[in-house]
Write a protein that binds this ligand. Structure first.
Ligand SMILES: [Zn+2]
Length: 236
């Protein structure tokens, strides 16, 4: 019976459509782009923070170096006054000596400060390099994931369009009343038509009474399963 074959065909295309739609749903859940974008954003923020930190430290280092230069200039002046023989006043010489020691101590402290600051700059540089490399990796990974997603999405979308078109075409060939009946059953049962194999309805797996099987084989009328209510079709 051609109408039953069409209904069966319709059922198969509905199955295929719903499989594609479920796959699309799973695909969208599998590729969580929000998470990757958050990762990228976090890494980019860290890069900006470290670059600023490095810049500030460099400015500080310049400041320290210019202070060191000042101290060295001062100590040269003091030593000139101490040793050129022009200053003879003992008190004045004592004062210069104390000043010299004071500045020497400041120079030592400043040199330690500069070394520490330079170490900090190096450490920040290393951290920056690492995070920039990580960021690059995440971006490459993201591009690959996007590509894979787009490819799968494109395939599924086109399959969904084709299946919807197939369904519309088949529906047009089926009697309106039968089609309504089919969709009513499908709405309640998930499927509207079931094959009968070895006397069993494949929709509910129940053995059909002989009288119903006889009707199915000999009658041209649409037969419903007495148990599940699905439209019955003789299986291969
Ligand atoms: Zn049944």
């Amino acid at each position: 019976m051609e109408q039953l074959d069409l209904l069966w065909d319709l059922e198969l295309h509905h199955d295929s459509l719903s499989f594609c739609q479920k796959s699309m749903f799973r695909l969208r859940n599998k590729f969580n782009f929000n998470e990757v974008e958050k990762k990228i954003e976090k890494a980019e923020d860290k890069v900006i923070y470290l670059r600023n930190k490095k810049e500030k430290m460099k400015l500080m280092l310049n400041k320290y170096n210019s202070k060191l230069k000042d101290y060295n200039f001062k100590i040269n002046e003091i030593e000139k006054n101490l040793y050129d023989g022009n200053t003879t006043d003992i008190k004045q010489l004592e004062f210069l000596d104390i000043e010299k020691d004071k500045i020497k101590k400041m120079i030592n402290e400043m040199e330690i400060e500069i070394l520490e600051q330079m170490d900090e700059v190096d450490a920040t540089d290393e951290e920056l390099l690492l995070i920039e490399w990580e960021l690059e990796e995440i971006k490459i990974e993201n591009e690959e994931i996007q590509k894979e997603y787009s490819e799968q999405e494109r395939l599924l979308s086109s399959k969904i369009i084709v299946e919807k078109k197939n369904i519309l075409e088949i529906e047009q060939k089926i009697d309106k009343e039968l089609l309504d009946k089919y969709y009513n059953i499908k709405k309640n049962k998930g499927s509207g038509i079931a094959e009968v194999k070895d006397g069993v309805c494949c929709g509910c797996n129940m053995l059909l009474p002989t009288i119903q099987l006889d009707r199915l084989h000999n009658d041209d009328k649409i037969t419903l399963c007495e148990n599940c209510g699905r439209i019955l079709k003789i299986g291969p």
